[in-house]
Design a protein around this ligand. Structure first.
Ligand code: HEM
Length: 445
């Protein structure tokens, strides 16, 4: 769903404003709206959108400035490209901009928007998010999930979603959801059965559990602040699958590409791993807080390649003022983290891969407090999976880079070109060859 970039932008471009509202904007309010490129009558800027939207929106900011608008039919879109505008949205007026823009595809894929990522700002979203962050991502539950295979999510994330066909989109998403249901339903049934079997034999402590098992157990608890049912469980699982897998896998791939492109940085990372973990050992979670250089490499990768370069579009719940311009209620608002994180006014040598810039900085964390660096967003709707994502990324990267040396196939060059989608993947999948690095082969068992 988050891979449907242009579809998601354009799919509900029609009928957002009534003809009267449209008339009044074009004649009365237009002067108070931000500047922006002109489009064609009726369809607006739609025919000019390019598949790699974040590049196009970044280029347009060079022409129209840090805030600009474009129309998709009667749908008004506004793009924000500077840290100070980001602050106005995610700090100063966070509650007004905490609503999501609901694309049809997203609605279908999340069982009508009852998940965390797309549900409207309000008490339902708050309870679902609290449940996810406090209960599911608690240290106890993360430990219970630790070392569980990822095969369930792989099965789903391997399914690709077709691009850019407005008419057929809803039908395709419904078909896709049927397919997903046909995978999820038996999994859930299997978990329910094994839960009731275990109850008879007494559930053991410290047992490994996956997210579905955790959610099913929560469903039976009365004191969790929300009544959980199977549909809500499936919607949360969809958030984890769609929001959690593509973003994480893509980020690992970008780190590997950047390191293969800069052997001196790869050598520093591996030296740190040798010092902290040792060649007679494998990476454990306790090593992660001491891997400062790897942490800087990951942060620098997410600066240049934020998995969601435009975050998730926002939608003000009432008319607001940004940068002196009027942003009417219901506008689709893009916060362009990609542009901000590559802005030469904000970053020195912004296009160079320099992890050192993160080494001694205390205010460049993922928490969204620094408006120059927003790979996980900021404010109330900041990524709900952030603690899990950070741990997972560090663990996977440390393990890959500690256990193996990596090189490209003979004659191949590093390819840094981007493909398109809401999650920005590499254009070509990375193919790299591992060679064992640890002294003891038994460590690979
Ligand atoms: C590299 C990894 C990841 C990146 C870069 C990332 C980035 C983001 C971003 C930019 C947003 C939107 C924030 C905003 O609109 O301000 C978001 C939302 C979200 N992410 Fe992540 N994410 C990652 C991994 C994960 C994982 C592993 C999970 C779950 C296990 C997850 C679950 C969510 C959810 C549920 C939301 C919606 C939050 C809400 O609307 O309240 N993400 N993520």
């Amino acid at each position: 769903m988050w891979g449907l970039v242009v579809n998601e932008v354009v799919e509900n471009y029609e009928h957002e404003l009534s003809p009267f509202q449209l008339w009044s904007y074009s004649h009365k309010e237009e002067s108070r709206l931000p500047p922006g490129p002109r489009g064609l009558p009726i369809v607006g800027f739609l025919p000019f959108l390019r598949p790699n939207l974040h590049h196009q929106l970044t280029e347009l900011s060079q022409q129209y400035g840090p805030i600009y608008k474009f129309w998709l039919g009667s749908r008004l879109c506004v793009v924000l490209n500077s840290p100070s505008l980001a602050k106005q949205v995610v700090c100063d007026q966070d509650s007004v901009f905490a609503n999501r823009d609901l694309p049809i595809a997203g609605l279908v894929a999340t069982y009508g928007g009852i998940d965390i990522a797309l549900s409207p700002y309000g008490s339902y979203w708050r309870d679902m998010r609290k449940l996810f962050v406090r209960e599911m991502l608690s240290n106890r539950n993360l430990e219970a999930c630790y070392s569980l295979g990822d095969t369930r999510s792989e099965r789903l994330s391997e399914m690709c979603i077709p691009r850019f066909d407005l008419q057929a989109l809803q039908k395709e998403m419904e078909a896709m959801l049927k397919l997903i249901d046909s995978i999820l339903d038996p999994l859930i049934n299997q978990c329910m059965k094994s839960l009731s079997d275990k109850r008879e034999v007494e559930i053991q402590r410290n047992e490994k559990k996956d997210f579905i098992q955790i959610l099913l157990e929560l469903m039976e608890q009365k004191d969790i602040g929300i009544s959980l049912d199977l549909m809500k469980i499936k919607a949360i699982v969809m958030d984890i699958m769609i929001g959690g897998t593509d973003t994480t896998i893509t980020t690992v791939e970008w780190v590997m590409v950047e390191l293969l492109n800069t052997p001196q940085i790869m050598a520093k990372v591996q030296q740190e791993l040798k010092d902290v973990v040792g060649v007679n050992n494998i990476v454990e979670e306790s090593h992660l807080p001491n891997l400062h250089y790897l942490d800087a490499v990951l942060k620098e990768t997410l600066r240049l390649h934020p998995a969601l370069p435009l975050l998730l579009p926002k939608r003000p719940s009432q008319s607001a003022i940004l940068g002196g311009y009027t942003i009417p209620e219901g506008t689709k608002v893009f916060l362009n983290a990609y542009a901000i994180q590559r802005d030469p006014q904000v970053w020195e040598s912004p296009l160079e891969f320099q992890p050192e810039r993160f080494l001694n900085s205390t205010n460049l964390e993922y928490a969204g407090n620094n408006m120059n660096y927003l790979p996980f967003g900021s404010g109330r709707r900041i990524c709900a999976g952030l603690p899990l994502a950070e741990k997972m990324l560090m663990f996977v990267l440390a393990s890959l880079l500690h256990s193996f040396d990596w090189k490209l196939p003979e004659g191949e060059n590093v390819d840094l070109s981007e493909g398109f989608g809401l999650v920005i993947k590499k254009n070509e999948r990375l193919l790299a060859i591992p060679a064992p690095r640890l002294s003891n082969f038994e460590l690979y068992q």
